[in-house]
Design a protein around this ligand. Structure first.
Ligand SMILES: NC(=O)c1ccc[n+]([C@@H]2O[C@H](COP(=O)([O-])OP(=O)(O)OC[C@H]3O[C@@H](n4cnc5c(N)ncnc54)[C@H](O)[C@@H]3O)[C@@H](O)[C@H]2O)c1
Ligand SMILES: [Zn+2]
Length: 369
């Protein structure tokens, strides 16, 4: 079969994914070319007013003008706040600088912040919007694959402290999310791969159709063909959106499933060193480990584990960790907030397309990394 014939296999015709959260309900609009329509789309939701655009310099250079033109055309005025690209931007210092721009511009509580960028800009701008004058509207225009399938959905915002990631944050739902799969064309290869690990994760934990589509359409995915990526991103947004609808503030545990691959992934990132092992690569290794552990327990068929490993490899993702210190790894594992009574709360795949939360021992985890 021609690989691309299967495009119809993932039925996601609507460009609008609703996220139903009472008075915090909003829509995620996902469509190639929507960047040029953000102004017009926003004008349906807000009276034309002033906005603060937040972007990192890389993304502003590549895609800022298209967004500005679309806001202009819809009668919005705006100020621009640029930040340096990279995780270090999720800091109290950068948050303070952003508050400074808001105060200097005398931003009022109805004037939105528009975050154009990856998860770093979304998390920083989201936290500023959650807190400045006790809350401004935030609009996400995610530009990285991680942001499009993950960080722009669910309302989590945060900055880092020197002692740990995401330690200062808030929940603040956006009033709208505009996701343009065409923007992924300019993303660096390793950043794109990072997002693919999260996409595979969604397939494994909850969607056999998505997983099958990724298998048959791997070439188009790697070529970043927007016609193939669009239904994939829509499906991922739908999965995360529905988990968030069921458990907005991570109180019931439903949201724990999204941690598939992350228990081992986070510990590996910490022990190998942030920057030496990228988050997405760590999640890919963690997902493969979770499959091996589930197989050992007899809960996942060997063929299912083989399919997951084969897809990760096909997409250029690692499935075994680089060398690391096991003792320090265990220390990091113990620090994970999902530990309860000496046992690790762990997300185990039970088939391609479903997973459950179970308690496992440190030894079991160590035996599969
Ligand atoms: N809030 C949440 O629920 C949530 C979920 C997952 C991750 N996160 C956070 O997201 C962050 C990671 O996000 P990320 O991977 O998007 O990182 P990022 O924002 O640093 O973006 C990655 C890099 O890609 C560049 N970039 C982004 N879009 C581009 C484009 N279209 N073309 C060219 N370059 C582009 C950026 O300049 C940056 O250098 C982490 O801080 C993580 O904690 C938050
Ligand atoms: Zn992740």
């Amino acid at each position: 079969m021609n690989e691309r014939e299967g495009v119809r296999g993932l039925d996601e015709p609507s460009d609008e994914i609703p996220v139903r959260l009472g008075d915090r309900s909003h829509a995620i609009r996902i469509r190639p070319g929507i960047l040029a329509e953000v102004g017009a789309e926003l004008a349906h939701r807000l009276e034309a007013c002033r906005a603060l655009l937040v972007a990192d310099r890389t993304v502003a250079d590549l895609h800022g003008q298209a967004l500005r033109t679309s806001l202009d055309a819809a009668g919005f005025s705006y100020r621009m706040h640029l930040v340096p690209p990279g995780e270090a931007t999720k800091s109290l210092e950068e948050l303070g600088r952003l508050y400074g721009t808001l105060a200097d511009g005398r931003f009022e509580s109805r004037e939105p912040i528009v975050a154009l960028g990856g998860g770093v800009v979304g998390d920083l701008a989201g936290l500023a919007a959650a807190t400045y004058r006790r809350g401004l509207p935030i609009v996400h225009v995610p530009t990285s694959l991680v942001a499009q399938v993950d960080s722009s959905i669910g309302g989590k915002t945060a900055v880092n402290l020197p002692l740990g990631k995401n330690l200062v944050g808030a929940f603040h739902q956006p009033i709208a999310v505009f996701t343009d799969p065409e923007l992924l064309g300019t993303l660096r290869e390793e950043e794109y791969r990072s997002g693919l690990a999260e996409v595979v994760k969604y397939g494994v934990l909850g969607d056999a159709d998505l997983f099958g589509f990724l298998e048959t359409q791997a070439t188009g995915i790697l070529e970043r063909d927007a016609t193939i990526l669009t239904p994939v991103i829509r499906r991922c947004a739908r999965i995360k959106g529905s988990i968030v609808e069921a458990d907005e503030r991570e109180e019931k545990g439903d949201r724990l499933l999204l941690n598939l691959g992350h228990t081992v992934g986070h510990a590996l990132e910490a022990v190998v060193g942030y920057g030496r092992l990228r988050h997405g690569d760590a999640v890919a290794v963690g997902t493969a480990c979770a499959c091996r552990l589930a197989e050992r327990r007899g809960e996942l068929a060997p063929e299912a584990r083989e399919r997951v490993v084969a897809l990760l490899e096909r997409l250029g993702l690692p499935v075994v960790p680089p060398g690391f210190d096991r003792e320090i790894f265990v220390e990091h594992l113990r620090r994970d907030k999902k530990i309860a009574g000496g046992k690790i709360r762990y997300i185990l795949p039970v088939s391609v397309g479903s997973a459950r939360v179970e308690f496992v021992s440190e030894e079991e985890v160590l035996s599969v990394v």
